[in-house]
Design a binder for this molecule. Sequence first.
Ligand code: BTN
Length: 285
Amino acid sequence: MDGLGTAGGGSAFASLSRPPLDAGALRRALVTADSMWTALTVVPDVGSTNDALAQEAHNGGESGRILLAEYQSAGHGRLDRTWTAPPRSSVAMSVLVRPDVPVRWWPWIPLLTGLAVAAACRRVADVPATLKWPNDVLVEGQKLAGILVQRVEDPTPAAVIGIGLNVSQTRAELPGPEAVSLVLAGATSTDRSLLVRTALRGLENLLAGWIRRGGEATDDFVGAYVDACSTIGQRVRVELPGASVMHGEAVGVDRRGRLLVRRDEGGAPVPVSAGDVVHVRTTSA
Ligand code: BTN
């Protein structure tokens, strides 16, 4: 199936195949006495869920806040890219956390989020979701979900974790051929509420374990990430901040969550903490 039948593609059936999120059911499932999540709101539209929660964080908002939007008019991604999707066609959500962990370990937050989102897509939708370092969720090389973690320092440190997951967009509704939606990837389910529940329960488990360890990454922990990350073992081009470019092979991830790249010119693997990674396809002779 090409997905048009399910997604509706602007037909009169589009709203039927794109049901609204059920805020009450999500709240009952996620905001429980023993959960990390403390409040959940679904809004019909907002500029950006990340910007809204960053503002709440500045105003002293509590940890565990979840904000979902059916539509974002000013959604954005890493490197100031825009992030847009038709109403109800995607999951656009942010959570505000204030983990009791030294901030030097916080670079693990986006990686853990990627793990949780990829696992939810595999489990709920049965698509072969993997990760591109640090946290893009891919299906067969195309981008299914993006994650944007913004730090807020004032008045006290907080992280706003933004997740954008393409669910029912048609090919024409996606930003380009490098993107894919669950429908186009042949998902067995596109139930957005179930995806949200599964992703946030998974994220809660991962964050709770990480917080218990004081944020430090054990070998098991690094191994779990490496197993899910399709970047490892690939030839990569890394566009580094400041416009320089590195070519080499991704050989691992260190305890700080940095990608280790063995450069073509040789030497010990170099840790990369920020950059845009491109998986370079090699052609066999
Ligand atoms: C990326 O891949 O560049 C990250 C994309 C992050 C998009 C999500 S959608 C919900 C949240 N609100 C935003 O404005 N951005 C994130």
